[in-house]
Design a protein around this ligand. Structure first.
Ligand code: ZN
Length: 181
């Protein structure tokens, strides 16, 4: 049985046994908090457990590295919705130690693309369309500095109201210890 089949079988039982009942809540975050964090699997359950976030408490936006890579991309749009439609008053950017985006090299990913039969002319075409592929696929030197930079991007965004508080943190992916930046 594949993981997908197992998942579907589990889901059937989950719904049948009404296990969803303890998760029922509204779309409005009880704690008026939005979190931008890394997609690292070590954080999936660790962040809610370590910070006492229950279902319905916070909006969680995740990507590789907990970054805002474009001021008018999907992360900022999600934060706009969180602030203007869902009542968020605090935004938490949570980076972590040992992040895969730290030191990530574009050349390495492009090399792996070639192994998976992505032809060079496709990359050339994307570059001709004005995408800086190397920049897009490059990580950061320091997760700590990246959080600080992301906090600044959000804080100084022209469409984020000045009464919204933006905070930066680093979390330890082993212990869940949170440090303010
Ligand atoms: Zn990470």
């Amino acid at each position: 049985m594949s993981y997908i089949d197992e998942m579907l079988a589990f889901n059937k039982q989950f719904v049948k046994n009404k296990l969803y009942k303890s998760y029922n809540t509204t779309k409005f975050p009880n704690k008026k908090i939005a979190v931008l964090s890394c997609m690292d699997t070590r954080l999936s359950e660790l962040i809610p457990a370590a910070l006492n976030f229950k279902n319905g408490d916070v909006k969680i936006i995740k990507n590789a590295g907990a970054v805002v890579s474009h001021p008018f991309g999907s992360v900022m749009r999600s934060l706009m919705i969180a602030v203007y439609s869902l009542g968020v008053e605090d935004i938490l950017v949570i980076g972590h130690h040992d992040c895969g985006m730290q030191g990530m090299k574009a050349s390495k990913i492009i090399g792996k693309m070639a192994e998976r039969n992505i032809k060079k002319d496709k990359l050339d075409f994307i570059r001709q369309c004005g995408v800086d592929v190397e920049k897009w696929l490059t990580g950061f030197d320091s997760a700590h500095d990246s959080v600080r930079e992301t906090v600044n991007i959000i804080r100084s965004h022209p469409l984020i109201p000045s009464d919204v508080r933006v905070h930066g943190f680093m979390i330890d992916p082993s212990t869940g210890k949170l440090d303010k930046i």
